[in-house]
Design a protein around this ligand. Structure first.
Ligand code: NAD
Length: 336
């Protein structure tokens, strides 16, 4: 049987990307919806053929414990609510898939991991790019020696924060977003450098690009940072809310280079590899990263094994991002 997933939070990402792509999976299905807006929840349930008994409000969520059609809860709420809802879902006896960034602090992440262990349930962080066939191919090429020893990663994620849009209003507020552009999109550069190199950074330096001079914005709106890796490779990265649309990861190797641009878009990816033999564009048909990510969660549940991107993976990025903020605050290099 397919693994039943309950979506908590019916915002832009849940409704536009996740709900429709559940139908493209092999092992998962939409089993329930949880929302603060009863009308919206009913409409979504109807559109996806769910009976009213599988529609939950935030207040009556805990009765989901008795809903046998629900195996896992997928938390797609503003970042500051990830920990509490993960703990609530574990308390209801469900597995948890949680959006990035995992949570605001290292302490939150550790508590989430501990709650999953105590409940004997899986915890996966929804790092879709790690299941994206383009990013997977890039990992194989870099780690397979195609461009020689990787020396330098340049990774930039930028977009305009649009304060007239609901989904960006909580992102502007520290108490809801937990962090700024780094937590929201810079995380793709942090995670990308780690999975492309297959190693963990030991030290970071950082500078703020924009501390935010807008009254409505209480988070950082731009950071640039460097990460040093044990092999000697370095990552030069930036993230921000004041320039439009960069989703780029470039790897410079001793004998070639690889570019993913965009690297982390939902549907468009371009992968170019340049070596002594010339330049080639790699095209991969049928590359649905959402379905692949959801199927990984479903299979981890079915096969009773650790998911490929467990809580420890989310914790690692939060540790690094906290170190980046500390480095930007103090001007000092910070060990990770
Ligand atoms: P959104 O604002 O569109 O959705 C958030 C939902 O949470 C809304 O339905 C909102 O009603 C609900 N909510 C509950 N309490 C709230 C409160 N106090 N304030 C504001 N909203 C509240 O945001 P989104 O873009 O869907 O992001 C949700 C989560 O998904 C975030 O953690 C974000 O980082 C993550 N996300 C991940 C990706 C990805 O590619 N992996 C893409 C987008 C968003």
């Amino acid at each position: 049987a397919r693994v039943g997933i309950a979506l908590v939070g019916l915002g832009a990402y849940a409704l536009n990307q996740i709900a429709p792509n559940l139908a493209n999976t092999q092992h998962a299905r939409l089993a329930a919806v949880v929302s603060g807006n009863a009308e919206k929840a009913q409409a979504v349930a109807r559109a996806y053929g769910l009976e009213d008994s599988h529609v939950y409000s935030y207040d009556d969520f805990d009765r989901i414990a008795e809903d046998e059609t629900v195996d896992a809860v997928y938390v797609i709420l503003p970042n500051a609510f990830h920990r509490a809802w993960t703990e609530r879902a574990f308390a209801a006896g469900k597995h948890v898939l949680c959006e990035k960034p995992m949570a605001g602090t290292v302490e939150d992440c550790r508590a989430m991991i501990a709650a999953g262990e105590a409940a004997g349930k899986k915890l996966m962080i929804a790092y879709r790019a790690q299941f994206d066939p383009y990013n997977r191919r890039a990992i194989d090429l870099v780690q397979g020696g195609e461009i020689g020893e990787p020396r330098l990663i340049m990774a930039d994620h930028h977009r305009l924060l649009k304060l007239d849009e609901l989904r960006d209003q909580w992102r502007a507020q520290k108490d809801l977003a937990s962090g700024g552009s780094l937590y929201d999109i810079g995380i793709y550069s942090v995670n990308g450098a780690r999975y492309l190199l297959g190693e963990e950074p030991t030290e970071v330096t950082a500078t703020y690009l924009e501390r935010s001079d807008r009254e409505e914005v209480s988070v950082e709106e731009g950071v640039e940072w460097q990460m040093t890796f044990p092999s000697g490779a370095r990552a030069l990265c930036s993230s921000g809310y004041r320039a439009d649309q960069a989703k780029r990861i470039h790897v410079q190797g001793a004998s070639g280079e690889l570019t993913l641009d965009p690297a982390t878009d939902y549907y468009e990816r371009n992968l170019t590899v340049k070596t002594e033999e010339g330049t080639r564009e790699i095209t991969i048909p049928d590359s649905n990263q959402f379905a692949a990510m959801l199927d990984e969660m479903a299979l981890a549940v079915k096969e009773d094994r650790e998911p490929a991107t467990p809580g420890a993976e989310g914790l690692r990025d939060v540790e690094i991002m906290q170190a980046i903020y500390r480095a930007a605050e103090t001007g000092d290099a910070v060990a990770v």
